[in-house]
Design a protein around this ligand. Structure first.
Ligand code: GLY
Length: 345
């Protein structure tokens, strides 16, 4: 993997709930004190993240304490939320102290939610260390935990004080994990940025990771500035996600990663005239473009079950041309035909 450009760039994000910078800085975790001004910090990470990342952050702060949680979506629960709160209370954290997340989306969502509620809100910094969290979940202020089996059902919009994107942390990620995150960048490109899509088409994405991450965050920043609370435009970020969620609901043993489900989910929502281009890019990233045959029926059943919960029509994000999208309210039967066509091929 080669890294180019974008050292020490930043993007400013301003919404009704706050203003913050997303800082792109290679080696940023080793300069955390440049961004984190609070004296005391609870650094939250998980055991799938190299321990030296949280250590590097701690070494730059005058009073840092590390809390390491287990890796995986199951960590985003009430018990770990309570564990964070009790650590804060037991260590006399006050309103002038902060929480720093060092890890992927699970750590960021959970740490951000704890920060949003402790003492009615303390400073929160996010240092995402996966492509998926760098291009998507660390930006936009969504924080949450899962509850009673429902993903992200308890949460808050709580913008961080700053996001630090250190692309050096990606060097330890397996290529499948990098592709997993890049699926969300393909989503941003397909819906909003023709040139970014052409970069995927015409170059080796692994050689242009920083450019891709920067451009993806730029798109997301513009979207959340326009619609932070997902009343309209921000729903474009759900492109491909209806089918992705159905796949995730039947996803035994985490056979497919989130980005892989999104990759499969995007294909039927693209016009047939661009579908081949989309499939070529996904193939290039070694992302799936349809589920294994033996899973297809179950996935369609899961979609139909979801439909029963939400009525006869469904609003989808449809990409008619690269870089252009529209919201379309269609009868569920039409949606079912669209996904059947791709899944049963
Ligand atoms: N990941 C979708 C959003 O932030 O709205």
């Amino acid at each position: 993997m080669t890294f180019k450009v974008n050292e020490n760039k930043s993007l400013n994000i301003k919404t009704a709930t706050g203003e913050y910078k997303v800082n792109f800085c290679r080696g940023g975790i080793k300069q955390a004190d440049k961004y984190i001004k609070n004296n005391k910090a609870l650094i939250i990470t998980d055991n799938g993240v190299p321990a030296e990342y949280a250590q590097a952050v701690k070494s730059r702060l005058s009073d840092g304490k590390i809390l390491t949680l287990p890796q995986g979506e199951a960590t985003k629960n009430m018990d770990n939320y309570q564990k964070i709160l009790s650590t804060l209370v037991e260590n006399n954290f006050t309103r002038s102290d902060c929480i720093v997340a060092v890890g992927g989306g699970v750590v960021g969502d959970l740490a951000g939610f704890a920060a949003s509620t402790y003492m009615r809100g303390i400073d929160f910094y996010n240092i995402p260390t996966t492509v998926l969290s760098q291009v998507d979940s660390s930006v936009g202020g969504k924080t949450a935990i899962d509850f009673m089996g429902i993903k992200n059902i308890v949460g808050a919009f709580y913008p961080p004080k700053a996001v630090i994107i250190d692309t050096d942390t990606l060097k330890t990620l397996p290529e499948r994990q990098i592709a997993n995150g890049l699926a969300e960048s393909v989503k941003m490109a397909l819906t909003n940025d023709k040139e970014l899509f052409e970069l995927f088409e015409n170059s080796n994405p692994l050689e242009n990771l920083e450019e891709i991450i920067y451009r993806s965050v730029k798109i997301k920043a513009e979207i959340v500035e326009a619609d932070e609370k997902e009343k309209g435009l921000r729903r474009v970020l759900n492109f491909g996600h209806t089918l992705a969620h159905a796949i995730e609901s039947v996803n035994q043993m985490e056979k497919y990663y989130h980005g892989e489900c999104v990759a499969i989910g995007m294909v039927p929502m693209c016009d047939t005239k661009i579908r081949e281009r989309v499939i070529n890019v996904l193939n290039k990233l070694i992302l799936p473009t349809k589920p294994d045959k033996e899973d297809a029926d179950e996935i369609i059943k899961a979609c139909i079950h979801d439909k029963k919960m939400s009525g006869d029509d469904i609003t989808v994000v449809y990409v008619s041309n690269v870089g252009e999208f529209r919201f379309e309210k269609i009868p569920f039967s039409k949606y079912e035909d669209m996904i059947r066509q791709v899944l049963n091929q």
